[in-house]
Design a protein around this ligand. Sequence first.
Ligand code: ZN
Length: 304
Amino acid sequence: MIRAIENKVTIGDCVGICTYCGQKAGWLSDVHTACIEKAEFGIAAINNVVMDAVTTGKTYDEISAAIKSISAQNAVPQDKVVLSIKDGWSKAAVEKGVKQPVSDDELSIALDVFKKAGITSEEMVSTAGFRQMAFSCILWRVLHDQMTPYEGPITFNLHRDEIPVFGMANVLLSEERKTSSYEGTYGGATIRIGNGLYYHLGGVQGHRVQSNVVQEVDYGDFLMTTEAVYFGGTEHGINFRIPYAHIVRFNPFKDAVGICKDGSKQQTFAPQQHNDCGWFLFNVLQALSTRTNGRNAHYAGNPK
Ligand SMILES: [Zn+2]
């Protein structure tokens, strides 16, 4: 008799309620396998819808009904819907941002896709997609002569009429051990955009700065302006300004940009807090220097 009651209590405690459909899930379980599979299917479908929207420039209004019906039909928990939107957005944004510069209008449509889904920019700002889209839009503005002055902290004394374009802290400055012999090559296409050229650095994306040919010189602040590049070292006090007129060429790396001054060793600038931003630095510098020096700027390698 006592044993029977104990069993009854135990059985009742061990039957869980499925977190997906809200029905009894069975012995020692709080989910149905079929419910998990259905939700996973829905999560992947939402991911695809969001990726497609970012890639093709659809607005949130064009996809909201699809997201709602997919999540309802597959009983996708709301927190997983949000994660799927964030993930899909960032993945597609990385590709869109690098593929070619995005305009302010394109950026605002893309940002609305997650904002209207109830996700804030603060939640997205640390994603790779958000960063690449922001870089892409800064580049678009430079190529279309619609620059907005950089609003971050500036630790340099700029010349009169010089406009700060973009700055980064914690940039590693390295120098080649001997006079520059590195030849940058492009694997991608060159597209004419606005008043300049956009180098799509397909083949360079995998090329990292090799540490055996460079020595680290200093860490510090890096600033690109309409006239020059600035570096201010915080470890060893190396400070300098290089006007674009003194630069022979820029070399693109996956994670850095190389700058070759006339008759000097190549210096590479590798932002430590931004991965994979070599395409951005190279293109912005190329555009700024072309703009300043006229059409006689030197390019690294031959665009294929
Ligand atoms: Zn269930």
